[in-house]
Write a protein that binds this ligand. Structure first.
Ligand SMILES: Nc1nc2c(ncn2[C@@H]2O[C@H](COP(=O)(O)OP(=O)(O)OP(=O)(O)O)[C@@H](O)[C@H]2O)c(=O)[nH]1
Length: 415
């Protein structure tokens, strides 16, 4: 469900861009036509810039995509380059097969062995689709025409049923990858696949449609890289929630009234000793996702280790206590389903003690196990004596210490 939400969040702006560029191209406004002939190199420049920036961020697949996308556009721009003028199968279909292969691969960089491997893989993908195309084009394909009749006729209608079917099939294969791993990078690559057939749209607006498609792709690539670098800077790598750096940025925006909460998972060292660090990581992720669901206007950050910070802007302790209690209960009652640890638990004195605290359930036949953890919370508000953020945080830390001393799994507030 979370993956679907993420995919929708990333794909919807891209689809809107796709729709606008298609509408623009189909309108064939005189200004656009004029612009199209005067700035015919602009899409190549935009792709080159997007590719170079992608390279700077080690997005080698995006850089390769940019390079490959130049080919069908160059074929339109310079019809005299005969080796680019593939008719059956169209060049963009071969490129799409290569790109779908790459989207299932990973960013390998351009070191010689990896570059050779990528070239071998994409050549194989192109050869396979070439072979499939040759085989199928000799067959009667009424069944395929019927099968794809329901597809939106937006920009594929100008292609033969076989081409449309192969484009759609390859897109579905890529979509599975994006749905399984909906990163900014994959969404950007997928959008370029969606737009790729537009580069070989037959008809008199071919160049204009190709230009708008490429500019859209370059923009989507740049947005993908910018969003990725923003995430790298401000999201915690393990849990995906805002990091300590994001917290420090956020406190600049706080007014004179706010509450700082420090939260800490109880007995987490014992938990790690019992289940191993990998399971500890899974639990950290699950706890983090509960922390972000805090109600009452709180915003959660991973402060570091097994510690989290929650800020309630414009609130007083009395207003947040119930929300913290609800969060504490929510975490304590949450049956966290985890993949079973690969390595056996260490048999230490501490381990035996922690078993009762972490309440493990027997491993199920699916190799999954459910565990529960608790958290302690300490809160403090900005006051005359603690007006600096770090001073308020120190007070919240002391309150957390009070909560630990009081037996853990509770909320303490420093006046
Ligand atoms: N798996 C995992 N463990 C972490 C991570 N960061 C910190 N830890 C562990 O968290 C544990 C924190 O232990 P302590 O500070 O001793 O506290 P505790 O065992 O939670 O005990 P109390 O806080 O007193 O309830 C250490 O064992 C760290 O190794 C992480 O990113 N992943």
């Amino acid at each position: 469900m979370q993956k679907l939400q993420l995919l929708a969040k990333r794909a919807i702006p891209a689809l809107i861009l796709l729709y606008i560029s298609t509408l623009l191209a189909q309108s064939a406004h005189p200004l656009l036509i004029k612009w199209s002939s005067q700035l015919s190199y602009l899409p190549l420049i935009a792709l080159a810039i997007a590719g170079l920036i992608a390279l700077q961020f080690s997005r080698s697949r995006m850089a390769l995509f940019s390079l490959m996308l130049m080919l069908p556009y160059a074929a339109q721009l310079w019809p005299e380059i005969s080796w680019l003028q593939l008719q059956a199968p169209p060049l963009s279909l071969l490129l799409m097969a290569c790109m779908v292969w790459l989207i299932w691969d990973k960013d390998r960089g351009f070191a010689l062995p990896n570059a050779l491997l990528s070239i071998a893989q994409i050549s194989l993908a192109a050869a396979v689709i070439y072979f499939v195309f040759q085989q199928l084009s000799a067959q009667p394909l009424d069944w395929l025409a019927n099968l794809i009749a329901w597809l939106p006729q937006l920009h594929l209608s100008a292609f033969s049923p076989l081409e449309t079917g192969l484009y759609a099939g390859l897109l579905m294969i890529a979509l599975v990858r994006v749905a399984l791993s909906p990163s900014n990078n994959h969404c950007a690559l997928f959008v370029s696949l969606l737009l790729l057939p537009m580069l070989q749209y037959p008809g008199k607006q071919q160049l204009l449609i190709g230009q708008l498609a490429i500019l859209t792709i370059a923009i989507v690539f740049l947005i993908g890289v910018i969003m990725d670098s923003h995430n790298m800077a401000f999201r915690d790598e393990l849990t995906g929630i805002p990091s300590r750096r994001a917290l420090m940025q956020y406190v600049q925006t706080l007014g004179k009234k706010y509450v700082v909460v420090m939260a800490d998972i109880d007995h987490f060292k014992s938990f790690n000793d019992t289940y191993g660090h990998d399971v500890g990581d899974q639990v950290l992720r699950l706890v983090a996702s509960r922390m972000t669901k805090v109600t009452g206007g709180g915003k959660a950050f991973r402060y570091g280790g097994e510690e989290f910070t929650i800020i309630f802007p414009r609130k007083e302790p009395g207003e947040i206590k119930a929300h913290l209690e609800a969060l504490r209960e929510d975490i304590a009652n949450y049956q966290m389903v985890i993949r079973s640890p690969d390595r056996p638990a260490k048999k230490t004195k501490q381990t035996a003690q922690s078993r009762s605290k972490a309440k493990p359930k027997p491993t199920t036949s699916s190799g999954k196990q459910s565990v529960q953890v608790t958290c302690s919370f300490g809160a403090a508000q900005r006051s005359q004596t603690s007006s600096e953020f770090m001073a308020v945080m120190k007070q919240a830390d002391l309150a957390l210490y009070d909560a630990k001393k009081a037996g853990r799994n509770c909320v303490k507030i420093r006046a």
